[in-house]
Write a new protein. Sequence first.
Length: 118
Amino acid sequence: MTQQANARSIWDEMIQPQNVVKELEGWAAKLEIEKQHIAKELRRIKEEHDAALERHEKEVAELKRKDAFFKESAIEGFSSNNYMEIVEKAASTYFNKGFNLCKKQIGLLRPNLNIQDL
């Protein structure tokens, strides 16, 4: 029995490292699969990021173009004679109404003053 026990003990000592090696190889394979999955996920995220960045760059360029157009349009609008005429008319109407109100108030406070011809 001792020889069998000895043989069994030696056999177990030989098998145990082989089992450890198999287990480590299994873990290494799992880690490699996980590494590939993570690399694939990172590539997908980078592609999405690059696409979003390109889309935003195009949007910013379009907004800058529109901003320049509207600034130019606003400058042209303010420099036109038609705009100046509109501003002058609005100002004279505003001040004329104010002046008529002053005349009315003076007429109420000083009825003997004749300011209607002003």
